[in-house]
Design a protein around this ligand. Sequence first.
Ligand code: UDP
Ligand code: MG
Length: 309
Amino acid sequence: MELLSVVVPCYNEEETVADFYAEFIKNEPFLKNRGMDFEIIYINDGSRDGTAAEIKKLHEKDERVHMVSFSRNFGKEAGLFAGLEHARGDYVVAMDVDLQDPPSLLPEMFSYIDRGYDSVATRRVTRKGEPPIRSFFARCFYKLMRMISKTEIVDGARDYRLMTRQMVDAILSMPEYNRFTKGIYGWVGFETYWLEYENIERVKGETKWSFWKLLLYSIEGIMAFSTVPLSIAAVVGILFCIIAFLAMIFIIVRAMIWGDPVAGWPSTACIITLVAGVQLFCIGIIGQYLAKTYMEVKNRPIYIVKEKF
Ligand code: UDP
Ligand code: MG
């Protein structure tokens, strides 16, 4: 019998854990029909509420429910990775617990697997119910990514994705510490079918992503899948050298022809501040990459398990 593993990252989700189970279980007849068994792996990402207790309750009712509990909050990326590592299935699907990734799409997703795709991904075509500012910055991020990264990162792509074992193993072969899953999915390749649906609002609870967290996450994404910012630093540096060189020639020629009246303090001060600013900016970019490299070189584990069943 084939096995489907469902990976569900949870952080302070006591309200939604049971709802998710109830919704997912509606797929049971479909899976049985296919001759397929399933396991649900909840990743408890250091929740501070009753999430773990809720998952335990489900486990007592249904042995196909499992939990991997982290020693603290490691972030959704770490949760997804842990889920893929613990999944034993021939197929693995990652879903959010808040039902924004509707489990009812599974039969349709499998129909594309049957047509020979290695993976069925989802993207939302609208961002209904999201603050406009957030949508605006999200759009800008994807536009920028398309310009500066060779890895394809699709606008509106969700982490909701059904994959074959082969693709999961490919993802597991990338044990990088700074994980940007949307980029990793694109990087490993394979035939992917994109299923589109309208944005669905979270059933209960609140989003765990503040604007600040999203901003940092987007920087993570850019740095993990592009080194273009490093070249920007170099290009800007060269540009300023050329400008400075021309200015030097101009000043020397002017001094030789008209002498050197002491004037121009304001403009000098402006130039110094501007150039210093650009230098600090470029050093900052380099520093960011250095910091990421530093974390990567330390080779720390991506997550630490406290309990699992
Ligand atoms: N999540 C997680 N760890 C975190 C933040 C979020 O495991 O540090 C989970 C969360 O429980 C949910 C999913 O990631 O299942 C998506 O989070 P959320 O719904 O808050 O994000 P949004 O849908 O608003 O982007
Ligand atoms: Mg959500």
